[in-house]
Design a protein around this ligand. Structure first.
Ligand SMILES: [Zn+2]
Length: 388
């Protein structure tokens, strides 16, 4: 495939505005690229109407390597603030602009093209490669959760997630995340008679004041990721100034570390809620949205070391082996039956989720070479199970 054709595939992907939805259009377009290759096994796994995950498997018997990318992007925000229209795929010099140029349609295009070029060239792979293109990564990684539950990661020997680490970083370890919500229900009454009502805000504040000291018990620090993070980021309540509030709620975001499995934190939060609910009039309800476990990782794992070696060689830089403060689809896929290493390495810039998001075309094309070198090398290594 010519570099021009590779760039056009990325532009086409950016021109599909799959903002937290509509991934089926991305999946259909990617599937269409495999039309000339009936030997590629194509599966669509529907999450919701208009939202399909896509799985494409190529190759032979032997170990299987997963290449993963999400098809959704975050919103463009104020489009007037962009110098380059967010869904145009405009090119200026070495920069290709658009929502998803960095996070992560360039990575997605690069892994798709990797499979296409193996098919085009008739490469005999010492195993198989499975493209896992997911929905809803940005809003909870539920596409990856669905594919994992359906068994699509059960035969993996390794997983490469093409998120925008930059090719000079291999991410082997990542924080987990717990977003939780506490709803306090009280009883509204005229504020002249507070003794006849229940103040939902007062009761919510009991939780707010107590949760800090509970989280402060988690004192261990991960040498790469740092300590556990807990922040209450949203709070609302009350109806009007002369009514005792019947409703109040808060949301908190936690960034966890491998030393503390999420269950420990769930147990603590639930115990605190149960304890406060013993007090007269207190009614607090706790819920979570799409929590993710931290990824402990091993910097010496063969896939980590090999990715560094290949990236050094392809790009001529000294690739760093690092941790990530954000969660990724790997947290879900690692729940599969197989025991494997998941890494992140992919093209991108520090403009993810911002206006005028872009990727360097040079880095995008290098990423394709990197995956095309790394994938067969890993499969070869994985054929000898004693070494991985
Ligand atoms: Zn991403």
């Amino acid at each position: 495939m010519t570099p021009q054709a590779k760039i056009e595939i990325l532009q086409h992907l950016i021109q599909i505005p799959s903002v937290n939805d509509h991934e089926a259009q991305v999946a259909d377009y990617i599937a269409s690229l495999f039309d000339p290759y009936p030997q590629a096994k194509i599966e669509k796994v529907t999450y919701a109407p208009g939202r399909d995950n896509l799985v494409v498997t190529i190759g032979n018997a032997g170990p299987q390597l997963g290449l993963c990318g999400h098809m959704d992007v975050v919103a463009a925000g104020d489009e007037g603030a962009w110098q380059h229209a967010p869904f145009a795929g405009e090119i200026v010099g070495d920069q290709l602009f658009g929502r998803g140029a960095s996070d992560m349609k360039s990575g997605l295009a690069a892994i798709v093209i990797t499979l296409l070029e193996f098919l085009e060239q008739g490469t005999q792979l010492p195993g198989s490669i499975r493209l896992l293109a997911t929905v809803g990564e940005e809003t909870g990684e539920y596409g990856a959760a669905q594919l994992t539950a359906a068994g699509y990661a059960d035969d993996l020997a390794g997983l490469i997630i093409a998120e925008p680490s930059g090719l000079d970083n291999v991410v082997y370890k990542a924080r987990g995340v717990i977003d939780y919500k506490v709803v306090s229900t009280g009883k509204a009454i005229h504020s002249a008679q507070p003794e006849k009502g229940i103040n939902a805000i007062d009761n919510l504040m009991k939780f707010y004041n107590a949760v800090g000291p509970v989280m402060a018990k988690y004192t261990q620090t991960d040498p790469v990721l740092g300590g556990l993070l807990h922040n209450v980021d949203l709070i609302s309540g009350g109806e009007q100034v002369n009514s005792i509030p019947a409703h109040a709620e808060l949301m908190a975001n936690m960034r966890t570390i491998p030393a503390y499995p999420n269950q420990l934190i769930y147990d603590d939060l639930e115990a605190l809620i149960a304890q406060l609910n013993q007090e007269p009039g207190v009614q607090l309800d706790l819920s979570y949205s799409y929590p993710e476990e931290a990824i402990p990782g091993d910097p010496q794992a063969p896939l980590v070391q090999l990715a560094k070696q290949v990236s050094d060689q392809v790009c001529g830089h000294d690739t760093q082996i690092v941790g990530s403060g954000g969660a990724n689809d790997g947290a879900e896929f690692l729940q599969a039956k197989a025991d494997f290493t998941s890494i992140e390495i992919g093209p991108g810039s520090n403009t993810s989720h911002q206006v005028d998001e872009y990727v360097s075309i040079k880095e995008y094309l290098q990423a394709i070479t990197l995956y095309e070198t790394l994938a067969p090398a890993f499969l070869k290594l994985a054929q000898r199970p004693a070494t991985i």
